[in-house]
Write a protein that binds this ligand. Structure first.
Ligand SMILES: Cc1cc2nc3c(=O)[nH]c(=O)nc-3n(C[C@H](O)[C@H](O)[C@H](O)COP(=O)(O)OP(=O)(O)OC[C@H]3O[C@@H](n4cnc5c(N)ncnc54)[C@H](O)[C@@H]3O)c2cc1C
Length: 390
């Protein structure tokens, strides 16, 4: 394989494909995407796919707001397939110790234009009647929150970009980044070398496997996160809204039919490498989820476990992504370190990366997310402490 690419994107997940779509839509030719497997085969196909904008800092909230807008208006903005968006509302319930932080976050987000407000405990039932308010001091509420389908989005972007000339090399691993005199010159793949002017790394949890050999490793820690899909009997109550319970750390969302999805955060297993992640849910995890769900949703504890899975979270020191040119390697752009937020940010991330790699002004200023911030001690604010919550 010797055909050169102007822009080589490594990773056909939601980040790489959003970028490929934005570039090809804007008329750029010579864009190639490489994936060792198929579109959405990484974390994107395993996402909980929650849509919300509640973040502790304006930059991530703005990416989430712009990203959610595309997810909701997929037909007009992408036009191929649909994003599977279900607008059912999003709640973040908090205990008393986090109430002031939550009220403050809601006020900050309102100031940048988000439709959100703080619900008192006795108002929560109007959004989620099944939720117990024991230990809950209130909730941040977004009426436009909900969930979508990351796999559909990947395939929609892939089809749209392919129809506009995206070159795709699927089932083709990038073995190494070739760097000469401090500049990336292309990618070494299973099918040979492809010279490239610019390389975008959208490799999620696998990122450091390619950066370590060129001495550009990023501070990304990996942990295994699990999801369970429960199915209820006909007539049994179901959740109505997406809820991230900041009291017990259970996260629940409705799904199609009689199903719902749940995660019970409980000290996720660290991983040395993303390939070490066992993608099947662990024996016993469903019971952990059942207990957590029953504690917050007293009428939902009885359910059949339809399926479960696990994927690697790629976590940065401030639980916010890394976006920008790789220090010390000209021509290499990083869009990695999603820390559990990559799904809902992805449409906006694709627009930003596409703009930055061709030297245009991005629609959202992501300078606070540059890789250099860790070494410079400019970590982003987390209103609730370390974690994917905000
Ligand atoms: C269980 C779980 C639940 C989640 N829930 C949410 C949620 O509710 N909301 C949210 O916003 N985010 C969520 N996330 C995070 C979100 O799924 C990820 O941030 C997002 O999917 C990252 O997308 P990506 O395209 O950057 O990476 P990925 O989807 O992981 O794609 C990376 C791609 O790169 C390819 N690749 C890697 N190395 C190479 C190589 N050397 N050569 C060629 N190809 C390579 C892989 O095959 C893969 O297809 C969740 C994650 C998990 C695991």
């Amino acid at each position: 394989m010797s055909d050169s690419a102007e822009i080589a994107i490594v990773g056909a997940g939601i980040t790489g494909l959003a970028t490929a779509h934005a570039l090809t839509r804007d008329g750029h030719r010579g864009v190639a995407v490489f994936d060792r497997s198929w579109p959405g085969s990484g974390d994107s196909g395993r996402s909980f796919s929650m849509v919300r904008r509640h973040y502790s800092n304006a930059v991530t909230a703005r990416l989430a707001m712009a990203g959610s807008q595309t997810i909701a208006d997929w037909e007009n903005e992408v036009g191929v397939a649909d994003a599977g968006y279900v607008r059912c509302g999003y709640l973040l319930t908090v205990p008393e110790r986090l109430e002031a932080a939550c009220r403050d976050n809601v006020a900050r987000l309102q100031r940048i234009g988000l439709d959100t407000h703080f619900l008192e405990p006795d108002e929560i039932g109007s959004v989620e009647p099944e939720l117990s308010i024991e230990g809950v001091a209130g909730a941040a509420y977004e009426p436009d929150g909900g969930f979508a389908d990351a796999q559909k989005m990947c395939l929609g972007w892939f089809a749209a970009a392919s129809s506009r000339g995206l070159r795709h090399e699927l089932g083709c691993a990038v073995r190494a980044l070739r760097v000469k005199d401090g500049r990336v010159t292309g990618v070494e793949t299973d099918r040979g070398f492809t010279p490239a002017g610019t390389v975008v790394l959208a490799t999620g949890a696998w990122t450091n496997d390619l950066l370590r050999p060129i001495g550009a490793e990023q501070p990304i820690e990996l942990r295994r996160l699990q999801v369970v899909i429960g199915r209820r009997e006909p007539g049994a109550p179901l959740p109505s809204a997406v809820c991230s319970d900041g009291v017990s750390n259970v996260v629940v969302r409705p799904d199609r039919g009689r199903r719902f999805c749940a995660v019970a955060y409980a000290g996720e297993d660290p991983l040395d490498r993303a390939d070490d992640c066992d993608h099947a849910a662990s024996a016993g995890y469903a019971e952990v989820v059942r207990k957590a769900v029953a504690g917050r949703y007293p009428r939902l504890g009885e359910f059949a476990v339809e399926r479960g899975w696990a994927g690697p979270y790629d976590i940065t020191p401030d639980w916010n992504p890394i976006m920008g040119p790789c220090p010390g390697v000209d021509g290499l752009y990083l869009a990695v370190g999603w820390s559990g937020h990559g799904f809902k940010l992805s449409p906006a991330v694709g627009e930003v990366v596409a703009a930055e790699v061709v030297g245009r002004m991005p629609p959202v200023d992501v300078s606070e997310l540059r890789p250099g911030r860790f070494a410079a001690g400019r970590l982003l604010r987390l209103a609730y402490g370390p974690g994917a919550r905000a």
